[in-house]
Design a binder for this molecule. Sequence first.
Ligand SMILES: *Cc1c(COP(=O)(O)O)cnc(C)c1O
Length: 386
Amino acid sequence: MFKEYLQKLQDQHLLRRLRTIASSTGPTVRLDGHTVILLSSNNYLGLATHPAVIEAAVEATRQYGAGSGASRLVCGTLTPHEELETALARFKGTDAALTFAAGYLANISAVPALIGKDGLILADRLCHASLIDGCRLSGATFRVYHHRDMNHLEQLLTRRLPGKPTLIVTDGIFSMDGDIAPMRDIALLAERYGAAVYVDDAHGTGILGETGRGTLEHCDVETRIPYHMGTLSKAIGSTGGYLAGSAEFVAYLVNTCRAFTYTTAPTPAAAAAATAALRVIRQEPERRARLWQNRHHLAQGLTSLGFRLAASESPILPVIVGDPDRAMSLAHTLLTLGVYAPAIRPPTVPASTSRIRFTITADHTDEHIDQALAALAQAGRALNMI
Ligand SMILES: *Cc1c(COP(=O)(O)O)cnc(C)c1O
């Protein structure tokens, strides 16, 4: 049964395999004995390898141990967890914050904590898989609106049964396309029709907005959106997820989220690393500036080579290729030329929109980007894509 299933995936060019990287995560990595330029990490600000972040993780491990011993509610809440939540609330400008072992866990438990069987969820069609799983687990009626389509969202809002509790769910930056949710319009519709809004800002946290507070700062709607979710695993360079909001909201989550209660607390190292990263984000704004400069460089290069770029507004730069086998060919050729960026295929993205999802970080140099563009020019021509 396994064999046939895997063979079928292989025939459709949809088989996934793990590859081991024998180094830290970028900007270049060791892969199969070669050094290649990594263009697919979400370590946007390079904080996973920042000396102060590493030092904080090491120091916390020495002081508090490698593991945290139990669930947060049993005896797993250690000083590094509390310090992180204080720092996160300060960063997000909310009263309080709660962290989870992963962003995925935050979404699959917070959405069901906020809405149940009697409710209605309206979600953007391109929401992250963890949000969709959270929506399904909630048992609420679940409808998707066309991607970023406010007319469709409004239509669904007007068609509701009167008095139906409603939650609008969206990514801040969409993870596979790199575009930004129209948060001002969403806030307006939510206010007009009496719905609540839950934003997953996994990719916006740390990189968007004047001070890096994310998509809501960028769109100037921070105080109008009640439920802010994000990860510590992307720009923040550690692992974990969080929700930020009022003190009552956080206390409510502590008492209702199953993936908070029934899992062991994140390691002291992960929590301390994230706290240190938040400090670096505040103290080194030049990293964010460098990220956007690099993003501009790579986006311009891809466009002038003639690649079909998705309508991205972020450091996620997807080149849409179409069929999965074409995307696999491009990824393979790029790797032989020293650039690592795997193909993204269904079911992660809709059929016939297979792509290479390039991401750029603050740690890439101009030389890395120029080298990658030269490889892209060669690969694109060899495969008749440009
Ligand atoms: C990565 C991601 C998550 C999951 O976060 P983890 O911390 O990696 O579990 C959730 N939502 C979005 C939009 C993401 O891109």
